[in-house]
Design a protein around this ligand. Structure first.
Ligand SMILES: Nc1ncnc2c1ncn2[C@@H]1O[C@H](COP(=O)(O)OP(=O)(O)O)[C@@H](O)[C@H]1O
Ligand SMILES: [Mg+2]
Length: 604
């Protein structure tokens, strides 16, 4: 009856089921170092760890006690004694077992989850200080997976593996002692059996693990295909690629099916076989103990019962420890990836003597600016220009020429590789970064909207702006008309990224945001590329009033909208190909003039 007291399945001598699964184990590169750092992370949350240790000891103590009591009960029955008291004690032991396990779980959940909350917080804090260049090197999906999966893995390990490992360690030593006390000779036999089973299990696991790894790979391939198909479904439909998509899916689906069948057949063959061997070993030990009993080696039949129950309990921890150790390694590897992010260099801190920039005038100068996102490719090559405060600068040129990059440098999203950028006579790097960013009102090419009220989205950088200010900004940006048509007007909650709005509408909201921010220097990066020409002209006129007397940089493709600018920079292939006013550039009759004529269709 005491065989089933553990909550894992019964045939307990040696492995069963799980060990052969052999899910791919990811090994950490520096197990010790990572563990030490994890331990550091638990600082401030360690109260209660002592309790867990104590509870683990108690849990294994109870586990060791019950076979002994069961054996006693068997002896008592065989001698015809009354066993009510024994049965009651056993029941009490089982109840105590439950209580101890619950308390263990309780403490572990509290500590583990708090540590994890702490890690998530630290990780998130770090991510927001990282320079944008960090994100260029990574896929969003991968980052997300670090923030969620890896951290989650750590938590499971901390809360589960730790308690289990502790309990098993206690159990193994406790049972070993109990078995030695019962019969040193039989213990030797049992240990030999366990050793044999353990070696066999390892060999079998190696075989099945390879197959399961293949299955995992096939699953990964299929998942990738599904994700691509779903996220690109509109393209698939538009280009009539359904058939090839289906065929690819079918192939990957088949591959997964075959791999899974192979893995399951193999483990289905080997695992029960292992069970047979287990049982034979167990039988051998039972026979040995029977012989020893007949020879008077044991004082009572109950001791044999106890011993055999111990043998069953003894092997499980070994197998489980191997399993737990594997998931433990995977979790530590996850922790390693998390620490990798924590080790990334954040955006450079402001210098001690950083200048504050409260009311910038807006003189901007670039001196021989050279820049590449990666060392192997220069995107900007020797850019120099100088504009006094209040200048309206238009930046035009072919796609990929480096216009957005220029803006990225101006706002210090990235730092120049060589050369320098000056604002009001000082290098950008001399200013406090937060002041510098405040100096710019930016409408970027990629609209970034948040799943919040429209109002909140507009006053994103200006939390204290009142509803009237928001409306005025929206009016100037030409966004008021469509916002009022939304189901709940300004109180409409947008979807993720403003999904339900058209690209143009999203642009209008971000323009309103920039208008409200009322920054000394305005930057518009193809801010109106997705709105119709009439609306664009309206916004353009409104922005003219806003940008009046402010330095502004406007990147635009429709040249008609920027022809009144004070200075036009034609950026081509990372260089300033032409610069001047519209009239000057037309008179020059170069690339700009050609582009302009092409666009306006004017032959002259
Ligand atoms: N984050 C980035 N990492 C690496 N290369 C980039 C990145 N952003 C842009 N580039 C490259 O820099 C060049 C200039 O891009 P960009 O400044 O966006 O051009 P434009 O705005 O004029 O269309 C392009 O060749 C582009 O591929
Ligand atoms: Mg661009």
């Amino acid at each position: 009856m005491s065989e089933k007291r553990m909550n894992t399945p019964p045939p307990a001598f040696g492995p069963n089921g799980r060990p052969g699964r052999g899910m791919p184990v990811v090994k950490p590169r520096d197990l010790k170092g990572t563990l030490r750092r994890l331990w550091e992370m638990t600082r401030g949350y360690r109260g209660g760890l002592g309790w867990i240790l104590l509870l683990s000891g108690l849990a294994s103590g109870v586990g060791i006690l019950s076979p002994y009591l069961t054996g006693n009960a068997v002896t008592a029955i065989s001698e015809g004694r009354v066993i009510t008291a024994l049965l009651l004690t056993l029941t009490a032991v089982y109840l105590a077992d439950w209580l101890i396990r619950f308390l263990q779980q309780f403490m572990m959940a509290r500590i583990g989850q708090r540590v994890i909350r702490h890690i998530r917080q630290v990780l998130f804090d770090r991510i927001k200080t990282l320079p944008l260049s960090f994100f260029d090197r990574r896929q969003h999906g991968e980052l997300m997976s670090r923030l969620t999966n890896d951290v989650d893995n750590i938590s499971t390990t901390i809360s589960n593996s730790l308690t289990q490992l502790l309990t098993y360690a206690f159990t193994i030593s406790g049972i070993l002692i109990a078995m030695l006390l019962l019969s040193p000779l039989l213990t030797l036999v049992a240990l030999a059996g366990v050793g044999l089973i353990f070696l066999l299990t390892r060999t079998v696991t190696k075989r099945t693990r390879r197959l399961f790894r293949e299955q995992q790979k096939a699953l990964g391939a299929l998942n990738g295909q599904i994700e691509e198909s779903v996220s690109g479904l509109s393209a698939v439909k538009a280009f009539g690629r359904e058939e090839s998509m289906e065929r690819e899916f079918g192939e990957k689906n088949d591959a997964l099916c075959r791999a899974a069948i192979r893995a399951m057949i193999m483990s289905g063959f080997l695992m029960p076989l292992m069970n047979v061997i287990n049982n034979l070993c167990y039988l051998a030990i039972a026979v040995c103990s029977g012989i020893l009993y007949v020879r008077g080696h044991f004082a009572s039949i109950g001791l044999i019962t106890s011993f055999l129950l111990y043998v069953r309990q003894f092997t499980r921890p070994f197998v489980e420890i191997a399993n737990i150790y594997n998931s433990f390694q995977t979790a530590v590897a996850g922790a390693e990836r998390v620490f990798e992010i924590l080790d990334e260099k954040p955006e450079p801190e402001d210098r001690q003597d950083a200048l504050s920039l409260k009311t910038p005038r807006g003189d901007v100068e670039m001196r021989h600016v050279i820049f590449g996102y990666t060392p192997d490719r220069q995107v900007l090559r020797d850019i120099s220009f100088r504009v006094p405060a209040g200048t309206q600068v238009a930046i035009v040129g072919p796609t990929g020429g480096g216009k957005t990059t220029l803006i990225n440098l101006l706002t210090r999203f990235y730092d120049v590789t060589d050369g320098s950028i000056l604002l009001d006579g000082h290098d950008l790097r001399e200013y406090r970064l937060s002041d510098l960013r405040d100096a710019f009102g930016v409408v970027l090419q990629d609209t970034a909207l948040f799943a919040e009220f429209v109002t909140e989205n507009i006053r994103y950088g200006h939390r204290h702006a009142g509803p009237e200010d928001v409306r005025r900004a929206a009016r100037i940006a030409g966004a008021d008309a469509f916002i009022e048509r939304l189901p709940r007007g300004y109180d409409t909650v947008l979807g993720q990224g403003g999904a339900e709005l058209s690209q143009g509408e999203r642009q209008l909201i971000t323009i309103a945001r920039a208008v409200l921010a009322d920054a000394p220097i305005m930057i518009l990066d193809e801010a109106t590329s997705s709105v119709d020409t009439v609306t664009e002209q309206k916004i353009r006129r409104a922005l003219l009033t806003i940008c009046k007397d402010r330095t502004s940089f406007i990147i635009a493709h429709r040249l008609s909208t920027i022809r009144d600018s004070d200075l036009i920079l034609l950026i081509e292939d990372g260089q300033i190909a032409e610069q001047g006013t519209h009239e000057e550039l037309m008179a020059l009759n170069g690339r700009y003039a050609l582009m302009y004529r092409t666009q306006t269709g004017a032959a002259a």
